[in-house]
Design a protein around this ligand. Sequence first.
Ligand code: SIN
Length: 291
Amino acid sequence: MQITPNEVVGANVDGIDVATLDDAGFAALERALLQHQLLAVHDQCLTPESFIAFVRQFGPIDLHVLDQYWMDGHPEVYVISNIVENGRPIGNAREGFGWHSDLNYFSNPTAVTVLYALEVPPEGGDTMFADAALAYSALTAEHRESLRKLTVRHSYQLLHASRPWLKLMTPAQVARTPDVFHPLVRRHPAIDREGLYLGDWASVRLQLPDEAEARAAQERLLAHMVQPEFRHVHRWRAGDLVLWDNRTLMHTATEYDRERYRRHIWRSSVRGEVPLGAFDRSSAIDVAGRA
Ligand code: SIN
């Protein structure tokens, strides 16, 4: 396994086939993920079954709320794509826009996301990552201290309402998505990292007595976090398998010419632990959220 670190965060991995990794190989990859937080494993050739089997090694897979984009016969795979087959979109063409951490609106948000690219545009459609821990550590000690006890409301229903092109939520989808509250400063359960756990005001709301003040403070923190010095841009190649730790990284999809190019990506999300606050130094658990 050849591991080549990126400049800011993450690493490229070559020389492995994730479908045939033995236990020692998987353990080495899991360690590399903890160390680098983001891995781009090149030149993979996966079936839905081998993709799911790989992801399951990190822990239980959480199914996405929007069941209309589950892969037929494989609900563990959420399809991100602008391809239309027989008049029917095979996936969600507008998933992942806006800085976020995956499934943040669940009480146990995603620990690890895995994306696998089958087709990608020759330009655009990159995925950008921001190292929320690096950004947090760059704040003054006084500022960090002032943020440590704050909480944030995360609402899938607000997120859905901000995307009017989506079908109305079904009663089952509504029942699955009550609002949750997570610490603003989230501590990684297995390594010594604390980062800002945030998102856009559209669905993520810093809790302060004054809403206008909360919004302004949140927007300032987000702008700080996504500055180029904390960012890595992943330029996709078909066959890339990209996995990252959502506890202290945030990410966003970026635009491409959907009329001209095809993009087809499989995604699976590994359930994590209930987020630990910076003030909550309770016992560490392992990376997959197992107690
Ligand atoms: C996501 O946010 O899960 C998808 C990112 C992408 O498609 O670039």
